[in-house]
Write a protein that binds this ligand. Structure first.
Ligand code: SAM
Length: 284
């Protein structure tokens, strides 16, 4: 199968691995509005591309309800060299893609965390939709194997960047309960980043309860930034910017807009600083 994903995230120097709805290159638009803060909470962490790209804050939390992803970051943290070694033995092959995708999540899949992390990484690169079962990604015009190989070389950056990050695997509502209590005078400022599943789609396998989520976000007193494609009427009153993005579904493409909504004004927006200066580059 040759095609381009519905929610493509190209793997570049700026991202960890391709992921459906992953921010990848788009992270800059988020960094541009980040307010100065002490604690950063990425509530729908996915590929972790936002934390990976941003300058570290004193406290950072990566959260995703998908335990395959949290297990990946834990394993990279503990044994990234073993994962890199495992990946060095996994060539960019259609047959391996078919085998790993077929075994994924079944009792035929190896339980060894290093092998699982390696397969997770490989499948994200090798799948058309950067999911698991989208079909093998290969094309005559783009060298997908090179992109995968470059990704493996970035594992040490990922390990380093996430070594001070708390990894949570909570449902977003319970995360907000735990980390969102009202900041008292003198408390460090917190900033939540919400990149929820796109409304009306069930890309991540579990239905998402938008109404309670939006209510919880509106109740938050700490800073928050939320990205979405459909502007919820309950959030119309907040400052926002719009970013044109291209949707590509296989060979069709269409323009669309993504909203970046925030609960703070222009005076605070963009006061955090730039991207993470410590990443390796030159092999994106
Ligand atoms: C649009 S993706 C986030 C992409 C991420 N910003 C990136 O750059 O890769 C949404 C993520 O939310 C996670 N998710 C879905 N429902 C959730 C919930 N109720 N609580 C926490 N995470 C959830 C999914 O597993 C998925 O990884």
């Amino acid at each position: 199968m040759i095609g381009v994903a519905d929610e493509p995230c190209e793997a570049t120097t700026y991202s960890t691995f391709p992921y459906p709805g992953g921010k990848g290159r788009k992270v800059q638009a988020i960094l541009d509005v980040l307010p100065a803060h002490q604690t950063f909470i990425d509530a729908f962490g996915g590929s972790g591309s936002v934390i990976y790209r941003k300058e570290p804050s004193p406290t950072e939390i990566y959260n995703d309800r998908n335990t395959r992803l949290t297990a990946f970051f834990q394993t990279i943290g503990k044994e990234y060299e073993a994962v890199a070694k495992e990946l060095a033995g996994i060539p960019y092959s259609r047959a391996l893609y078919a085998q790993f995708a077929d075994e994924y999540g079944t009792n035929r899949e190896p339980t060894n965390p290093v092998i699982r992390a390696a397969r997770e990484f490989f499948l994200r690169f090798a799948s058309v939709d950067s999911g698991i079962e989208g079909g093998f990604k290969a094309s005559a015009t783009r060298n997908a194997a090179q992109s995968y190989s470059n990704g493996i070389r970035r594992l040490s950056d990922i390990q380093r960047r996430f070594s001070h990050v708390v990894i949570e695997e909570k449902d977003v509502l319970s995360l907000i309960d735990d980390y969102g209590e009202t900041a008292r005078d003198g408390d460090p400022e917190r900033c939540f980043f919400f990149d929820p599943p796109y409304r009306g789609k069930d890309v991540y396998g579990v239905p998402f309860e938008w109404k309670s989520f939006i209510d919880a976000v509106r109740d938050l007193e700490s800073y928050w930034i939320l990205t979405c494609e459909t502007l919820p009427s309950e959030l119309e009153e907040y400052p926002r910017s719009e970013r044109a993005i291209q949707r590509r579904v296989h060979t069709d493409s269409a323009d669309r807009v993504e909203y970046i909504i925030r609960n703070f004004g222009d005076d605070v927006a963009g006061t955090f600083g730039g991207p993470n200066a410590s990443l390796s580059d030159g092999f994106g």
